[in-house]
Design a protein around this ligand. Structure first.
Ligand code: NVA
Length: 307
C-alpha cells in the first residue's frame, strides 16, 4: 500500500478533496461512526510552534476516531537539532499510525514524509496550512449551500501560508479567489501558476488585486489573517503596510449583503479585523474553528485507507 501524505493543499485532486469534505460533513453528523484508529492506535501531534486550535482539534478528533492522541512537544523533541528529522521520523513511525506536524520550513515536513512509513499531515508550515482550508471549505458549504463559483476575497499578507493555501485549496474546489495585498506581499508566481493549472479543470480562478475595495466588490466571502505570522518579525512595518487591508465595516459594505467573514484565528482586533465585524460574524468564525476537528478526522481517515 502506498503511504499518502497531506503536505500541501494540492496533494488532493479535486475529486479527492470533495470526497474528504463529504466525509467531514458525514463525521460532523455522526462523530463516532468511523474508527480507523480503533485499538487504540496512537497518532502523534508534534508542534514546533504555538498552537491552540491545532492541538485541541486533532486531540479531540483522534479520540473520536477511536485512537490515542499523543502530544509531542517540539521544544522537547527539538527535531533537527537534538536528532535528525530522518531519525525522529523513523522512531515515530514505529509507534504511531499517523503524524500531524506543525513546523517552520516546508522542506522539514517534506523530509519527514520521505522517511515516514505512516501518513504525515501538515498542521501548518511557513508555506501552507491545508487543514485550515478544508475546515474553511466545510464552513462555506454549510453557510452558502455550495462552494464552486463563489468569490472569496482574502486581505492582508498575500505572501504567507494562508494566502498560498487559499489560492491552491479553494481553486481546487472551483472558487474564484482574490488575494488583496500590497506590493511586496503578493503570492509567489509559482503558487499562482500551480493554482491556475488546477483551475483549468475546476473552473476556479485566482487573481491578485492591490486595491482592497475592488477586491471586496461583490464578494461572497471576506477573509483575513494576522499581519504577523508565527516566527515573523518587523511587526511595526507590517502594521503600516497592511493597515489599508483591515477588514472593517467600511470594507464589508463593498461585499455582497449576505457575505460571510472568515478568519483562521487567532484574531487581532483593531488590526486585520475590526471588533464589530468579528462579533457580527462570530457564528461563522467559530463554526470554522469547530470544523477543524471534522475536516482533520476526514483527512486522517482518508489517508489511513492508503491509495
Ligand atoms: N499565518 C498565521 C496562521 C495562523 C493559524 C501564522 O502562520 O501564524
Amino acid at each position: 500500500m502506498t503511504v499518502r501524505h497531506f503536505l500541501a493543499d494540492d496533494d488532493l485532486t479535486p475529486a479527492e478533496q470533495e470526497q474528504v469534505l463529504n466525509l467531514a460533513a458525514e463525521m460532523k453528523a455522526e462523530p463516532f461512526k468511523y474508527r480507523p484508529f480503533e485499538g487504540p492506535q496512537s497518532v502523534a501531534i508534534l508542534t514546533d510552534k504555538p498552537t491552540l486550535r491545532t492541538q485541541v482539534s486533532f486531540h479531540a478528533g483522534i479520540a473520536e476516531l477511536g485512537g490515542n492522541p499523543m502530544l509531542v512537544d517540539g521544544n522537547l523533541a527539538q527535531v533537527g537539532v537534538r536528532e535528525t528529522i530522518a531519525d525522529v521520523t523513523r522512531v515515530l513511525s514505529r509507534h504511531v499510525a499517523a503524524i500531524a506536524w506543525r513546523t517552520g520550513a516546508q522542506a522539514r515536513i517534506e523530509e519527514m514524509a520521505a522517511y515516514a512509513s505512516v501518513p504525515v499531515v501538515n498542521a501548518l508550515t511557513d508555506d501552507y496550512h491545508p487543514c485550515q482550508i478544508l475546515a474553511c471549505l466545510q464552513t462555506i458549504t454549510e453557510h452558502k449551500g455550495h462552494r464552486a463559483g463563489l468569490t472569496f476575497s482574502y486581505f492582508g499578507d498575500g505572501a504567507n501560508n494562508m494566502a498560498n493555501s487559499y489560492a491552491l485549496g479553494l481553486v481546487t474546489a472551483g472558487l474564484h479567489v482574490r488575494i488583496s495585498a500590497p506590493a511586496g506581499f503578493h503570492p509567489e508566481q509559482a503558487i499562482l501558476d500551480r493554482a491556475r493549472r488546477i483551475g483549468e479543470a475546476t473552473g476556479g480562478t485566482v487573481e491578485v488585486i492591490e486595491d482592497p475595495q475592488a477586491a471586496a466588490d461583490g464578494a461572497d466571502v471576506i477573509c483575513t489573517d494576522t499581519w504577523v505570522s508565527m516566527g515573523q518579525d518587523g511587526a511595526e512595518e507590517r502594521e503600516r503596510v497592511f493597515r489599508p487591508y483591515s477588514v472593517t465595516s467600511d470594507l464589508m459594505s463593498h461585499a455582497k449583503d449576505d457575505a460571510i467573514v472568515m478568519h483562521c484565528l487567532p484574531a487581532y482586533r483593531g488590526k486585520e479585523i475590526a471588533e464589530d465585524v468579528l462579533e457580527k460574524h462570530a457564528q461563522v468564525l467559530f463554526d470554522e474553528a469547530e470544523n477543524r476537528r471534522h475536516a482533520q478526522k476526514a483527512i486522517l481517515t482518508f489517508l489511513a485507507q492508503g491509495a
